[in-house]
Design a protein around this ligand. Structure first.
Ligand SMILES: Nc1ncnc2c1ncn2[C@@H]1O[C@H](COP(=O)(O)OP(=O)(O)OP(=O)(O)O)[C@@H](O)[C@H]1O
Ligand SMILES: [Mg+2]
Length: 518
């Protein structure tokens, strides 16, 4: 315990040992709110050194509104004797030295020592528990979504299958009748009936696609050719207001899929993007090889390990709120007005990707556009030794990295990975706290930041500020949005790492940035 403890002796030293080894932060303050003593856990949890805290008003550890109101809590209690927090535990927010806030459980007691009144606060950091709870909720949400789609798939698949048989009988008989009746009037009626049956057949075939019961004729394809076929057609049909570009990886693996369904999946995605960009925007189609082994976070967890080709379609349109994103694959889920969407486009893409042994994910936030990633298994896939070998970590010499990432799961993973690579790590969850951290004067060799962050500041803004503060700082940004890859052209050479990435990708990107010019 820093700061004096009254009455020495064996009892006191045992007490002191307890305070020093406690996991919880234990802070005592006097009746004017000034910190009298703290234990080592307080330093760990709040990121301050004891010298910086003792004698300060305890408000320093509180964000608004507690910060401003704390003095009045104490004076209220002292004048009225009414206890609001003393004797009971409650969950409040704390503020670390770097400005980040976190949930904590606080219980306060009161004691008299040496004739003076004090308050003691015992504080348990709840952010780890929250993180675990949130990760659990997220995986439950994903599981529930997968189960819902599975159930709807079985139902629609069954109905669509029966409908297909019924429609075959209807259209077949309509054709036979058409051959044997006379008269323009009757023929018109038959044509109308035939057209309706054709529409119904299209609908059922999309439902069958969703239910993974399409008739597929897979062929081995060069994935970039597949993409180029579609984009050359889209260039003509999307309209002037949408600029279409491709970022195609050379040496792309082949895939084995049904070409017609693959093309119509890409067309569906492009049409969705167009619809989301009524005022114009950018559409980017990107391809790359991806090995599912260590990419555990976020994107493609539902895929077995192995080699895949990823096709990403990104737009700069309206984006989707979480409620839409979570239901977008469901058949007949649409936010479009009647006649403008049936809600089967993404269902078909989902079914196609799944039936082909792959997967599809949506990466979107309201106001930030959308990226849809399709993963297709590599044809005749074998791991090539060259790629597999480069995954070995090369320990660094303890350079300091500031990680800025709002997603707790991804940040944890990044921190672990960076530690494996031998870096010293600081972390922030948003732009404002990252900048405060940089301004605090602690030396940072490299800023590794997500591009899209909550709170208005982007990775670019932090990068700009970081360069002002430390002209020699190295910068690596990361993003799941393919569109950002294009914007980096105007960024004075800042390197961008595309999410999700492998440990080997992270290592070589960091090596390149650290060994290159600032
Ligand atoms: N690129 C995108 N940007 C924003 N929202 C999207 C995007 N793609 C899909 N959505 C949302 O997901 C919903 C479902 O998409 P889906 O393609 O399944 O159906 P639809 O486009 O509404 O109809 P259909 O494709 O059958 O014509 C859309 O209505 C829209 O709200
Ligand atoms: Mg659609």
């Amino acid at each position: 315990m820093q700061q004096k403890l009254p009455n020495g002796g064996p009892k006191a030293s045992k007490l002191e040992a307890i305070l020093n080894s406690a996991v919880a932060a234990i802070i005592t303050i006097d009746t004017s709110g000034l910190i009298d003593s703290i234990n080592p856990a307080t330093e760990r949890i709040f990121g301050y050194h004891a010298d910086e805290l003792i004698g300060q008003n305890v408000r320093i550890l509180m964000p608004e509104p507690f910060h401003n109101e704390h003095d009045s809590y104490i004076s209220n209690y002292l004048s009225t004797g009414r206890r609001k927090i003393i004797g009971v535990g409650r969950e409040v927010m704390g503020k670390r030295k770097d400005g980040t806030t976190f949930p904590l459980d606080l219980s306060v007691s009161e004691f008299v020592a040496g004739g003076k009144r004090y308050f003691a606060g015992i504080i348990t950091n709840l952010s780890d528990r929250r993180r675990v709870e949130e990760a659990l909720l997220e995986s439950e949400r994903k599981l529930a979504q997968a189960q819902r789609l599975e159930a709807i798939g079985q139902l629609t698949g069954g109905i669509a299958h029966d409908f297909n048989n019924l429609l075959t009988v209807i259209t077949g008989n309509l054709e036979l009748i058409e051959m044997s009746v006379q008269g323009e009037h009757l023929h018109k009626m038959l044509r109308d009936a035939q057209e309706a049956a054709d529409l119904a057949a299209k609908l059922t075939s999309r439902l069958l696609a969703f239910a993974r019961r399409s008739h597929l004729e897979p062929e081995i394809l060069e994935t970039n050719d597949l993409v180029l076929n579609v984009t050359s057609m889209l260039r003509r049909t999307l309209g002037e207001h949408i600029s279409l570009s491709t970022v195609l990886s050379p040496d792309l693996w082949q895939v084995k899929v049904d070409p017609t369904q693959a093309e119509s999946s890409l067309v569906n995605l492009a049409i969705n993007a167009r619809d989301a960009m009524s005022k114009g925007g950018k559409l980017v189609v990107e391809t790359r090889n991806i090995r599912m082994d260590e990419v555990k976070s976020g994107d493609a967890i539902e895929l077995p390990h192995g080699d895949y080709v990823q096709i990403s379609i990104s737009d700069t349109g309206t984006g989707m709120p979480a409620e839409v994103r979570d239901r977008a694959f469901e058949p007949f889920f649409t936010t479009k007005t009647r006649g403008h969407g049936t809600g089967l486009g993404l269902s078909m893409v989902y079914g196609f990707a799944k039936q082909s042994g792959g997967h599809v994910t949506i990466y979107s936030e309201l106001g930030y556009g959308a990226t849809i990633n399709i993963y297709l298994p590599r044809a005749n896939g074998t791991m090539d030794a060259a790629v597999a070998a480069d995954a070995e970590p090369s320990p660094r010499r303890g350079e300091t990295v500031l990680v800025v990432e709002d997603d707790d799961g991804v940040r944890d993973l990044t921190v672990t990975r960076l530690a494996t690579l031998g870096f010293k790590i600081y972390e922030s969850s948003d732009g404002a706290s990252a900048i405060r951290f940089l301004e605090s004067g602690l030396k940072v060799d490299l800023l590794f930041s997500d591009l899209m962050l909550p709170g208005g500041l982007t990775g670019y803004d932090i990068a700009r500020k970081a360069r002002e503060i430390y002209p020699g700082i190295r910068i690596l940004l990361t993003s799941g949005y393919a569109e950002d890859l294009l914007r980096t052209e105007n960024l004075g050479g800042i390197k961008l790492l595309r999410k999700p990435y492998r440990l080997a990708d992270l290592r070589s990107a960091l090596d390149a940035v650290l060994n290159g010019p600032p």
